[in-house]
Each structure stands twice: as structure tokens, then as C-alpha cells.
Design a protein around this ligand. Structure first.
Ligand code: H79
Length: 443
């Protein structure tokens, strides 16, 4: 049934390729997600762990994905960069297998970053990987084919901000030093963007989601969000729309994301304006300090820190989208591979306390978090030295408590208004002591 809905949607998308999307756009004002979309949201919340990939022609210079702006580099000079993008070692099958072995359930890749360069074959502009690079192959298409083959969902990152397009005008907070004329047609830019999204949603099979970024560049512009989101949902109803605009979600969005912050945290400064909505949540973080490949960045987080981030995100009801920035030759640096492999060992052993769970009944604390599935509550002890851990009361009576790592019983006692656990000692290198509690069933 689900498949049928999807393929019908795809068929109607192809048929209506040249028609207006206005009727759907109007419906978005009071957005009601379809059954297929709601099902996809549940899948997303169960999935918990995804791989973020930042890869583009900027990777060639090994200085992150923002260098067109930060150096700055003129549009004409930046146009030389695709000539050096020839990732002969790009092995999409190996990338997908690596994500799967880490326990990741989806991949979100930059189809177009702020430099406007499409990593897919676009008929709307030759500023794309097939037309401009010696490599000449459709990177998104290759990865999509492998994702479908290996059974993992593909999300596409798409930057609404564009430092290349002359029609991205009037300009916003960034992109003033690219040497573009001080004229441009904003509506033409939006049509171009919708056209590229139509390409992405009609050429590569099922797309799990669209991860927008860059709207913060022109927060008060008319982005025609209803039209764009409506187009996506019309083409593929199950595709989840999310946007990194750092504000509360707008109608038509299906998940809410937080960049470099757990939900509700405000450590970066740019998440100050957003609260935590009832939508599925996702938090994105880098493995070192960079999104795109940066040759001087050796500031890698430890595997233990990454496990803690995954666990804390799950405890706060959010997915963890962990970034890699592959090298220009197509390889993934060994430091990333090592950490992903170690994460895989952990998710294999402890995954039942993460996948398919929701944030638990006890608020997160410095000691750790809880997750839950049905009448099972997982207590994740991340940072606690003593044997006795006092927690607020569970919502229902606790029937049993066992250590996930070996199934041994954990002593506990119910006290007035709370619960005290007698924790077994952590094993060497054990990042998360997980106690599995069975509660009285709610029925
Ligand atoms: O793709 C990665 C980054 O390139 C992109 N998002 C991640 C996933 C990103 N772009 N900007 N940022 C991250 C940081 C945002 C900084 C901001 Fe501002 C602070 C945006 C608005 C306020 C400083 C002032 C930068 C633009 C205006």
C-alpha cells in the first residue's frame, strides 16, 4: 500500500512536470501531513542515527565548505575549482557500507551547498558536477543507487542560500564579495530552486527527506515556503521536510533540527530563537570541528564522546546526524573510519536501548538520560561515580532491573518520591552503563 502510494505520487509528479503547484501550495497553509508522511516520521524517530556528508568542489581546497565567503573568492575564480574535482577513489558502495556498519539508518548528503554547485546532474544550470568536473559523474545519483541497493534511506541537503546565482538578489547577510552584479531576479531564483528540487525528487527514486539550510541568510525574504514544501510533498508525500533556519518550525515542515546543540540547548548562539516542537527532532554535529574537509583540522572528538552524544540525543527524543567531510579524492579519512567502526561495535551491543525508543520518563541530568520503548525504560548512566544513584520516581512500579551488558540483576529500592539504584561498577572503557527496567504495564 505504502509503495503504491509512493509510486502513484511519483507518476503524477512526472505527469505534472510542467503544471503549476499552486493548489498544493494553498493547502500547505494549514498543513496536514499525509498518512505516508506520518509513517515516515515514525520511521525517522525509530532510526535515531544518521550520517551527514559534506562533499563538494570546496573539498579540493581542504579548508571547509565556507571558503568562498571566508577568503573571499570571486565567482569567476571559484569557477576554476570544479576543474580539479576528480574523486577517482569515490566508492559509494563503501560509503554506504560504512554508514550501515556504524549503525546509521540514513544518509544526508549535500546536493548543493552555499556555493550553489549541484553535486547532481541538473538541466537547469551547468554549474553541476556532471557538466563542470573532469569526473563527470552524477555523485548524488551514484550514492542514491547504492542507498537503494543496500537498503538505507537517502536525504538530500539543499542550500537555499546561493553564492553563485546572480538571481539570488537582493543579497542577505553573506555572499557580498563574489563579484556578482547588483541586480537579479528573486522570483527566477526561487523557480530555479524549485526546479532543482523537482529534479532531485523525480530522478533518484525515494528521497527520505530534504534538509534545507541557509534561509537564515535572508530571514525576512519571501521564500514561498508553502510552494516549495508543497512541491516536495506533492512529488513524494513521504519525504520529510526540515530546515536549519534556527527558528521554530514553519507549516509544511516534518522534523525540527538543531545544529551543534541538543534540543533546547543554546551553546552555539544561533539556536536561541527556537524552542523544542512536537515534531520529530534531529541534532547535527561534526566529528572534528569542520563540516567540509579541512586538512588542518585534527581536533577529533573521541568515540566515547560521540557515543555520549548519540545517547544524550536519544534521551532528549532526538536523532543524531553525525557528519563526515570526505576528501577530494573520494576517500574518507582514517580517523573518521576508525570512530565509525568503534561506534558500530557499540550500537551492535547496546542498540536495543537506542533504536525504536523515545525520550524516557526521567529528565536528562549530568548523570545521564533515559529512553523508553513500551513498558521498558533504559537508564543510561553516562557520568556517575558512586554506587548509589537516586532518580525521581518512575511513572509505574518497577518490576525488574538488569544490566544490559550481561543481563545481571541490578539492586534497586523504591523510596518516597524516587528510586535508588545500586550500580555495578563500570567496566574499563564502558561509556554508558545501561540498566534495563521493566515497569508494570500501563494497561
Ligand atoms: O552545512 C554546514 C554549515 O556550512 C552550515 N550549516 C551546517 C550544517 C552553516 N552555515 N552557517 N553556519 C552553519 C553557522 C551559522 C552562522 C550564523 Fe550567521 C549565525 C547564521 C546566522 C547567524 C554569521 C552571521 C553567519 C551568517 C550571519
Amino acid at each position: 500500500m505504502y509503495q503504491r502510494v509512493r509510486s502513484l505520487a511519483l507518476a503524477s509528479a512526472i505527469l505534472s512536470a510542467s503544471t503549476s503547484v499552486a493548489p498544493t501550495a494553498r493547502a500547505q497553509g494549514s498543513y496536514t501531513p499525509t498518512a505516508a508522511n506520518l509513517k515516515a516520521r515514525t520511521w525517522f524517530q525509530d532510526a535515531k542515527f544518521g550520517m551527514f556528508i559534506h562533499w563538494g568542489v570546496y573539498s579540493v581546497l581542504g579548508d571547509g565548505e565556507w571558503l568562498m565567503e571566508t577568503r573571499p573568492i570571486h565567482r569567476t575564480d571559484y569557477s576554476k575549482l570544479p576543474n580539479f574535482f576528480n574523486p577517482t577513489k569515490f566508492d559509494p558502495g563503501a560509503w554506504v557500507a560504512l554508514a550501515k556498519s556504524a549503525g546509521m539508518k540514513y544518509i544526508t548528503i549535500t546536493s548543493k551547498h552555499h556555493d550553489g554547485f549541484a553535486m547532481f546532474e541538473s538541466k537547469l544550470s551547468d554549474w553541476n558536477v556532471v557538466a563542470r568536473t573532469p569526473y563527470g559523474k552524477d555523485v548524488i545519483g551514484m550514492l542514491a543507487a547504492e542507498c537503494h541497493k543496500q537498503g538505507i534511506k537517502l536525504f538530500v541537503y539543499y542550500s537555499q542560500l546561493d553564492w553563485h546565482s546572480t538571481d539570488y538578489f537582493p543579497r542577505g547577510r553573506t555572499g557580498h564579495a563574489t563579484g556578482r552584479p547588483e541586480t537579479g531576479n528573486w522570483d527566477a531564483y526561487l523557480n530555479f530552486m524549485d526546479g532543482q528540487l523537482r529534479e532531485l525528487l523525480t530522478s533518484y527514486g525515494e528521497i527520505g527527506g530534504v534538509w534545507f539550510d541557509g534561509m537564515w541568510d535572508k530571514p525576512s525574504a519571501d521564500w514561498h515556503l508553502e510552494r516549495t514544501y508543497g512541491l516536495i510533498h506533492q512529488l513524494q508525500p513521504q519525504t520529510l521536510v526540515g530546515s536549519n533556519h534556527h527558528k521554530n518550525p514553519f507549516p509544511g515542515e516534518d522534523f525540527q533540527m538543531f545544529e551543534k546543540d541538543l534540543p533546547g540547548q543554546h551553546t552555539t548562539g544561533f539556536n536561541a530563537d527556537q524552542g523544542v516542537s512536537a515534531l520529530p527532532l534531529e541534532t547535527a554535529e561534526t566529528m572534528n570541528d569542520s563540516w567540509g574537509f579541512r586538512i588542518t583540522d585534527d581536533h577529533y572528538k573521541s568515540t566515547a564522546d560521540l557515543i555520549r552524544y548519540l545517547v544524550r540525543a536519544a534521551g532528549m527524543n532526538a536523532n543524531f546526524l553525525l557528519n563526515i567531510g570526505p576528501m577530494p579524492n573520494g576517500e574518507i579519512q582514517p580517523e573518521f573510519i576508525q570512530r565509525l567502526t568503534e561506534l558500530g561495535k557499540w550500537t551492535k551491543k547496546y542498540g536495543e536501548s537506542i533504536y525504536g525508543t523515545r525520550g524516557g520518563p526521567i529528565a536528562a541530568g549530568p548523570w545521564g538520560v533515559t529512553t523508553q520503548r513500551g513498558s521498558t525504560v533504559y537508564v543510561h548512566v553516562l557520568d556517575w561515580n558512586g554506587p548509589l544513584l537516586g532518580l525521581p520516581a518512575m511513572p509505574r512500579e518497577v518490576r525488574s532491573a538488569k544490566l544490559l551488558r550481561d543481563g545481571s540483576s541490578v539492586e534497586f529500592s523504591t523510596v518516597k518520591g524516587g528510586l535508588v539504584l545500586n550500580l555495578p561498577e563500570a567496566q574499563r572503557d564502558e561509556v554508558d552503563r545501561v540498566i534495563v527496567m521493566e515497569l508494570e504495564s500501563s494497561k
